[in-house]
Design a protein around this ligand. Structure first.
Ligand code: AMP
Length: 195
């Protein structure tokens, strides 16, 4: 099972990624979380990207691609045989880079989950999350910017994966369990497995 999960900031990607990966017994690779871990640990990468992330800008493609490819080729991911990429790719160049990496390792994506959310709800959801998680990029200015960046750079990827027949659109409204069941139901229907 090799999957991507996409969606605008605040749609609940990270939460769903964990639930879906548990359901299928695969590894989650969350670029946002990997970046936050690097910042917290004070690594050279973390120091380089801290202000970009706080402002809601994307990390440059080369840095992001390299980090993802390292994880994709690590023994635990290879052993499990499946992965769910959460928050990657986010640009057309990252799509191309991922295509190349998958071809080189003779792996193919099975499906791309796209969470669909009401734009008016996103900011409120993220401000609520800010109170719980205290993320540096969950302030109103950065949130608005991240939503703009999503529309400009990441939303076009939906067409690419739609044209490849991989896109599975799922309504992101509801409880974590409701959304997870919707996602696994749609994936099982698409991939021809029992729900
Ligand atoms: P997320 O946790 O997915 O919302 O990501 C948090 C932040 O990490 C984003 O706003 C970006 O600054 C950065 N980030 C995460 N994934 C990527 C990516 N694929 N490309 C560039 N920057 C990313």
């Amino acid at each position: 099972m090799r999957l991507l999960i996409m969606g605008p900031p605040g749609a609940g990607k990270g939460t769903q990624a964990g639930a879906i990966a548990d359901h299928y017994g695969i590894v989650t690779i969350s670029t946002g979380q990997l970046f936050r871990d690097n910042i917290q640990l004070g690594t050279p990468l973390g120091k380089r990207i801290e202000s970009l992330i706080a402002a809601g800008n994307l990390v440059p493609d080369e840095l992001t691609n390299e980090m993802v490819f390292q994880r994709l080729s690590s023994p635990d991911v290879r052993k499990r045989g499946g992965f769910l990429l959460d928050g990657y790719p986010r640009t057309l160049d990252q799509v191309e880079a991922l295509d190349g990496a998958l071809i080189r390792s003779r792996r193919r994506l099975k499906a791309v989950i796209a969470l669909v959310a009401d734009p008016n709800q996103l900011i409120a959801r993220m401000l609520k999350r800010a109170e719980i998680e205290g993320r540096a990029d969950d302030n109103e200015e950065s949130i608005r910017h991240r939503i703009e960046v999503y529309h400009a750079q990441t939303a076009p990827l939906l067409d690419v994966y739609h044209d490849r027949g991989l896109l599975v659109e799922v309504d992101a409204e509801g409880t974590v369990d409701e959304v997870r069941e919707r996602i696994t139901g749609s994936l099982d229907a698409k991939l021809g497995q029992p729900a």
